[in-house]
Design a protein around this ligand. Structure first.
Ligand code: ADP
Ligand code: MG
Length: 606
């Protein structure tokens, strides 16, 4: 009793497995990472019963030489690093050398491999036996590459097995791992089979179009149709990928893929920067969708922070945060109606080709008459007071002129087209070459007013206002230090403060527009942001919130009747305004229905 024993190999490995092998999906992750690290460009995954009965990963990578096979299954054995310097410059996904040992301690694992360095024709199979996990080798036929077969996961650790969910749930988690991997390496072919059924077959994607197609297969076509492609490079950092338009937000943060040097991560700093970029355009409580790749010098990011390697630490977190925020913010601000039009029609092309192989979109000339245009113009009996009309409608002559323009090949038609009528005093109906546009006029005008006010505010710079009575706030020492060190940054935000003591600061001036807000709370929030992310957008956020409220009250209300020229002027303003696709609250300001889509509604041409 109470004597000290050395744990058996298997038990020690089983304990280690607790950290990394939680369920079949974690096994899939480790095996896929190994295949990618081995330089494979074709990877096949085969599952039975949600991966619990069987999880097999086959690759065409480098393979393992016979003499190393036994070692691959033992703990702390890796070919990926040899010393501490290597750890600081990780280029591989794995490096801890414990995945295979852990997995084989809690399942029946067999590894088959053939390396081109062995001069035999056959490959070798290795399995482990007994408490010492002795390796047993036998020759097998195997092409160059490696197959790892994991059967009966947790058969010898019943406590773990109890935590497994239904086959369907375990499968969907593996599917998620598969998707993450598939998006991490476009050059690799991935296939997935479950219970003999083919689930995914993703061919290597070289061109941007092929990559986009893979993203559509993995994330759904709607995501690609409603996102913009970005590619920004600055100061040794590169960010590229696809980000959803704010109007394509989701109720959950489930469509968010972020890669750092090819490794998927979930990181607070990244989430914060992205959220901040969407701040002004996303409907409250909604989440953006994205597939993004950050590439940077591996020496300035530490991946050895967590056993599953889902978290990273950036050496200069402020630089990374600012880069992410500003790149995304800019990309979202620059989305114009014509971008959305082209992304819509691209998507239309894709699905048309996939569904029927025809080019319906091109064949349809613009001959459709909007039923509204057939209506007589309002009789002069209404008088000249347009405000009293039930809703302005373009005259027949105007309509004909517009239709002529729309159907002539070389006439330039603005993206949001020309107004046709106003509906119920709320919506503007407009047409362009491709179809019908419906605009929520209040929402649209609100955004235009808001953006104008922001620009005006920026031009005047942040006017500061001294507080009549300087405000003293008790803070932590870390916060006081931070306030002290970042005085210049804070001054740029319109805050002038001084350190009063070890744990107190005094606020002297704040941005005048915010003088009536809860300054103490705001300063606390700003300081905690600066401490954590190296920057803060709270001031901007507070200021924008105020401007937004002002803009909302200053914008055209529903039930105001606009004339056709007024409506057209609003459409042109929208085209010229940043972020005009959403109102200040993140709701869409306009929607588009192509003639194709309308035809489908009416079963035309079917
Ligand atoms: P790590 O990936 O951290 O090195 P693992 O336990 O996952 O640790 O793998 C141990 C070693 O086995 C790897 O370093 C690698 O040399 C070898 N290995 C594992 N899987 C493969 C594979 N699919 N192809 C080639 N070598 C592999
Ligand atoms: Mg590994």
């Amino acid at each position: 009793m109470n004597r000290i024993n050395l744990l058996s190999q298997r038990l020690a490995n089983q304990i280690a497995a607790g950290e990394v092998v939680e369920r079949p999906a974690s096994v899939a992750k480790e095996l896929l990472e190994n295949s990618l690290d081995a330089g494979a460009d074709r990877i096949e995954i085969d599952l039975e019963q949600g991966g619990v009965k069987l999880l097999r990963v086959k690759d065409n990578g480098r393979g393992i030489v016979k003499d190393d096979l036994a070692l691959a299954l033992s703990r702390h054995a890796t070919s990926k690093i040899a010393n501490l310097e290597d750890l600081e410059n990780i280029g591989s996904l794995g490096f801890r050398g414990e995945a295979l040992a852990s997995i084989s301690s809690v399942s029946r694992l067999a590894m088959l491999s053939k390396s081109s360095e062995d001069d035999t024709d056959n490959g070798w199979k290795v399995e482990t036996e007994g408490q010492n996990m002795d390796a047993k080798l036998a020759p097998v036929a195997h092409p160059r590459g490696t197959t790892v077969e994991v059967r009966d996961l947790f058969f010898n650790t019943p406590a773990r097995k109890k935590f497994l969910k239904t086959e369907k749930t375990e499968f969907s988690r593996i599917d998620e791992v598969f998707k993450r991997m598939a998006l991490s390496r476009f050059d690799v072919q991935f296939t997935l089979q479950h219970n003999q059924r083919s689930i995914h077959k993703l061919l290597p994607a070289k061109t941007e179009q092929e990559q986009q197609r893979r993203v559509a297969l993995v994330c759904g076509p709607a995501f690609v149709e409603n996102s913009v492609h970005i590619d920004v490079e600055r100061a040794g950092l590169r960010l590229w990928g696809w980000v959803s338009l704010p109007t394509f937000s989701r109720s959950q943060a489930d469509l968010q893929y972020f890669y750092v040097n090819g490794r998927i991560i979930r990181d607070k700093l990244v989430t914060h920067a992205v959220k901040q970029a969407y701040r002004d355009v996303l409907f409250h409580g909604r989440h953006p969708a994205y597939v993004l790749y950050l590439e940077l010098d591996p020496a300035i990011v530490d991946v050895n922070v967590h056993p599953t390697k889902h978290e990273v630490r950036f050496r200069d977190s402020r630089l990374v945060h600012d880069f992410l925020f500003s790149s995304l913010h800019k990309a979202l601000a620059e989305v114009t109606p014509s971008d959305r039009m082209t992304s819509n029609s691209d998507a239309g092309e894709l699905s048309a080709v996939e569904l029927t192989g025809s080019e319906m979109a091109q064949e349809q000339p613009f001959v459709h008459q909007n039923p509204l245009s057939l209506r007589e113009p309002p009789a002069p009996a209404y008088g000249t007071d347009r405000q009293s009309m039930p809703g302005a409608i373009a005259s027949v002559q105007d309509q004909l002129a517009v239709i002529q323009k729309l159907s002539s090949a070389d006439a330039e038609v603005p993206p949001l087209g020309y107004a046709v009528a106003q509906l119920h005093g709320v919506y503007i109906l407009a047409q362009n070459k491709e179809g019908l546009i419906i605009v929520d006029m209040h929402a649209a005008h609100e955004r235009i007013t808001y953006e104008r006010m922001k620009t005006a505010c920026e031009k005047e710079e942040l006017k500061m206002q001294p507080l009549l009575v300087p405000l003293s706030i008790a803070v932590s020492q870390a916060e006081a230090n931070c306030a002290d060190e970042q005085q210049k940054l804070l001054l740029n935000l319109g805050i002038e403060l001084e350190r009063a003591s070890d744990e107190a600061i005094v606020i002297r001036q704040v941005p005048s527009i915010l003088k009536d807000s809860n300054i103490e709370q705001m300063i606390r929030d700003v300081l905690s942001d600066v401490l954590e992310y190296g920057s803060s957008d709270r001031i901007q956020a507070h200021q924008d919130a105020l401007l937004s409220t002002m803009a909302c009250h200053g914008s055209v209300r529903a039930n105001r009747h606009l004339t056709i020229p007024e409506m057209n002027a609003l459409l042109r303003d929208m085209e010229a305004t940043e972020r005009s696709g959403q109102c200040n609250h993140g709701r869409p300001t306009w929607i588009f229905q192509s003639i194709d889509e309308l035809d489908k509604l009416f079963l035309r041409g079917q």
